[in-house]
Design a protein. Sequence first.
Length: 108
Amino acid sequence: MGPSGGVFAEIYEIVAQIPPGSVATYGQIAAMAGIPRGARTVGWAMRQSPQHLNLPCHRVVNSSGALSPVHVFGGEEAQSARLEAEGITFLPGGGIDMKRHLWRGPVR
DNA sequence: CGCGCGGCCTAGC
DNA sequence: AGCTAGGCCGCGC
């Protein structure tokens, strides 16, 4: 399906479609890409994702609603700040309110 | 052709 | 409620 004929391309497409103020989980994206159990592959795709694509990788979080490790964005505040700037709300625990910002898909 | 890596997920204690 | 262990998937060398 992907232009490059690779699963990564599919992941990039999906992540790029995540609207501001919404977040998606790796597992969900993986399922959309056709790999329900390939959540880790999604994480790798993000890390290997070309920066010129401007993929909102900061909108991708784990099912726990916790942000990715610090070393990924170069600072936990970096990701949280961007998400908050886009309208994402955080819980007292520091996690994201998945129930409120969880992306349900391209269009529903 | 085969092995290892990774921003995970789920289940069990 | 929190932590540990195992498994899954695709890419790169």
